[in-house]
Design a protein around this ligand. Structure first.
Ligand code: ZN
Length: 268
């Protein structure tokens, strides 16, 4: 392994050690992102880099309460393939792959699994994968995309327009990247893009989507790939939002670890 051995990383343990950890029932976390365009100003690893950093910060903070699986770096991207460099996993393959990971976790005796997502368009895929895991194992599996951990603080401190300023490579994601590693971010190339067609029903913003969902080919709603306003991004906002997400994720793990649902029952 690279670097220091971490007891909160699934694959840093030996198989007998992993077997023993099942006795404590830590929450198993799978992080997933994408390799996709993020405008001319951010590297294509943005979704992977941010979600993985949040998960690792939580692992360091509560090493006995979570177990972090190896990161899954590819997402559902068919609608982003107009942009060079994007890697697409077809949604049906991705559903089955994520479900297979969850069913493997179940086989080893773990009963709580969270999927921490960094890429918006993985959400419908994760919904179906989580349903498959819940329908076919004793694991309780839930999933989320990281900005929802911290909507209050994002809404309070954003300076971009709502809706639309925080959608793809906009104020939020660029701020977190600037906080975590400013070097690769080309703020000199960052440009606001509000070309998403205006509607009172259909709009995209990570802090609140419109009531009617339009699932477009990405180049229908953006020029250079950006949807939102990265010119409003700062490292300071990134630090604030990163810390708030980390703290809420710890709250989520602590609650979910002991959270219970009714046992499923066959009513035939
Ligand atoms: Zn992104």
């Amino acid at each position: 392994m690279h670097g220091e051995r971490k007891k909160w990383k699934w694959d840093h343990l030996t198989s007998p050690e992993l077997n023993e950890r099942a006795g404590d029932q830590p929450v198993v976390v799978l992080s997933i992102g994408s390799v996709e365009d993020h405008g001319p100003h951010c590297p294509m690893d943005l979704d992977n880099f941010i979600v993985r950093n949040i998960c690792e910060a939580v692992g360091e903070a509560i090493p006995d309460e979570m177990l972090l699986l190896p990161h899954f770096p590819y997402g559902f991207e068919t609608h982003h393939m107009d942009y060079p460099g994007t890697i697409d996993i077809r949604y049906d393959h991705l559903i089955e792959t994520v479900a297979d990971i969850g069913l493997s976790v179940a086989r080893h005796g773990f009963r709580r699994m969270l999927i921490a997502n960094g890429h918006g368009s993985n959400m419908p895929v994760l919904d179906l994968a989580a349903r498959k895991i819940n329908n076919h194992s004793d694991v309780l599996c839930a999933y989320f995309i990281w900005p929802v951990l911290d909507l209050d603080s994002i809404r309070e401190h954003r300076t971009s327009k709502y809706p639309g300023g925080i959608a793809h490579a906009g104020e939020l994601e660029t701020s977190l990247y600037l906080h975590l590693n400013p070097d690769p971010v080309r703020m000199d190339l960052a440009k606001a893009d509000y070309s998403f067609p205006k509607s009172q029903f259909i709009y995209h913003d990570l802090t609140g989507m419109g009531p009617v969902n339009f699932a477009p080919r990405h180049s229908m709603i953006s020029g250079d790939g950006t949807v939102g306003d990265p010119t409003q991004a700062t490292a300071e906002k990134g630090r604030l939002w990163f810390d708030a997400c980390k703290s809420r994720f710890i709250d989520l793990i602590r609650e979910f670890r002991i959270w219970k649902a009714r046992d499923g029952e066959d009513h035939h």
